[in-house]
Design a protein around this ligand. Structure first.
Ligand SMILES: CSC[C@H]1O[C@@H](n2cnc3c(O)ncnc32)[C@H](O)[C@@H]1O
Ligand SMILES: [Zn+2]
Length: 416
């Protein structure tokens, strides 16, 4: 496949008239004179389009897309206990299937090519994701209250470890739902199979305060005392951190999945990204579930992250567009060990964005990253994962049926 005459971002600047050759699942060349070696592959015209390497959603619960708009304007704990958990008690694999497919549609439409998820019925989520063609790091959630889920964590890894799109991981839910024994089992399993660990960490003030009251230390200090923290950990939220917590996270190489919109909507707080960044922590961006966001759009997430931090610190110079763009791309590639980028040899996970949109005008060689972070409102029209075109010219095959089935499934879930 050859993408012809597209623009790309290089060193923060717009580089025009670039060809991108794709051979099987990988990019085979990028540059003005690059041709399709086979000579008979598909040609996609890229003039007037920007090719970007895929965005990575570092924290979500994709099946919860089915709960979009079901429970708004609440704090985390009442939101979970009064609205979400009663609904989740009735979930079936079929709900997961259509919730995940619905979520995949939205992510494909906004240039996300890989997502990191923790939830229930993850074999079903993996199958639905593969059918949609996206890449995903998936963990079955672990809770003390569900020994069956803990027992299935290792078989789940074995079932998916050789897949081309699905990367299995281990997902202990949080320190307030997992005992030391469950956390240790999760760690042992992750080390044994060399997989990642996905956990919610220090999301709300009450969670951190009650933990400290009972245990005499913060959740971060506690996890560190168990030898749990390393660069195989993706810690979602990290809103309520002491200076000591920030140092531990940075020193251990923990990957922070910052979820600004979800944190703000649930009024959980504003994460100390400035302190984390200064300490050298790797920060990625996640949407969290569409039940608390209510979108799955990293363009919105980038803008909210930047402006919230600037405002919270009365420092407009903090978190410039380039730094936030790296959170949604390169930081996540490193965190999730993804060989990605617009370069020869990288996996062919990319999108084409139509530059002929009001929010990209006026366009100059040095304002493209600013437009992507602060003004882009859409325009992704082609998304490719592993060399397979998932959306071409704005069309995703099967979209209509997925929307219908997701609607029916939601109606059915409410009536159950
Ligand atoms: C994550 S799957 C297991 C469990 O977690 C619930 N959940 C969804 N969002 C959050 C969040 O932001 N913090 C903590 N727990 C969350 C989900 O509804 C499932 O019950
Ligand atoms: Zn979450």
């Amino acid at each position: 496949m050859l993408i012809r005459n597209a623009s790309i971002v290089a060193g923060g600047r717009l580089l025009r008239d670039q060809n991108i050759a794709i051979d099987g699942p990988r990019i085979s060349g990028v540059g003005p004179g690059i041709a399709d070696e086979s000579g008979d592959g598909e040609v996609i015209e890229g003039r007037g389009k920007l090719a970007i390497s895929g965005l990575v959603n570092a924290h979500t619960h994709l099946a919860m897309t089915l709960f979009r708009g079901y429970a708004d304007d609440m704090e985390l704990m009442p939101w979970l206990s009064e609205k979400i958990w009663p609904l989740e008690a009735k979930l079936t694999a079929e709900d997961i299937r259509w919730g995940v497919k619905l979520g995949c549609l939205e992510m494909i439409r906004s240039g996300i090519t890989c997502y990191n998820d923790m939830y229930y019925f993850m074999d079903e989520a993996a199958r639905a994701t593969k059918e949609m063609g996206l890449r995903a790091v998936l963990s079955g959630v672990l809770f003390d209250m569900r020994p069956d889920l803990i027992e299935d964590a290792e078989p789940f890894i074995r079932r998916w470890k050789n897949d081309d799109l699905i990367v299995p991981a281990v997902g202990p839910h949080a320190v307030y739902t997992c005992s030391e024994e469950t956390l240790s089992r999760a760690l042992d399993l992750a080390e044994k199979h060399d997989v990642m660990i996905h956990i919610h960490l220090s999301e709300t003030r009450s969670e951190v305060e009650s933990f400290a009251k009972n245990r005499g230390k913060s959740p971060v200090e506690y996890l560190d005392s168990l030898g749990f923290l390393s660069d195989r950990v993706v810690a979602a939220h990290c809103v309520w951190l002491s200076p000591q917590d920030v140092s531990i996270i940075a020193d251990r190489g923990v990957n922070v999945a910052h979820c600004s919109i979800s944190n703000h909507k649930l009024a959980s707080g504003i994460a100390p990204l400035d302190r984390l960044a200064r300490a050298g922590a790797r920060i990625c961006l996640g949407t969290d579930g569409a039940s608390s966001n209510n979108s799955l759009n990293l363009f919105q997430e980038m803008k909210t992250t930047a402006i919230a931090q600037k405002c919270a610190h009365s420092r407009p110079d903090l978190f410039a567009a380039g730094e936030v763009w790296r959170m949604a791309t390169e930081n996540a590639y490193t965190a999730f060990r993804l060989d990605m980028g617009l370069r020869a040899g990288a996996i062919a996970d990319l999108s084409l964005i139509d530059l002929k949109k009001p929010w990209f005008c006026p366009l100059a060689d040095d304002n493209i990253v600013s437009h992507l972070v602060y003004s882009a409102q859409g325009g992704v029209e082609t998304t490719i994962v592993g060399g397979r075109v998932l959306m071409r010219g704005g069309v995703i095959p099967g979209e209509e049926e997925i929307l219908e089935r997701a609607q029916e499934q939601f109606n059915d879930l409410l009536a159950r």
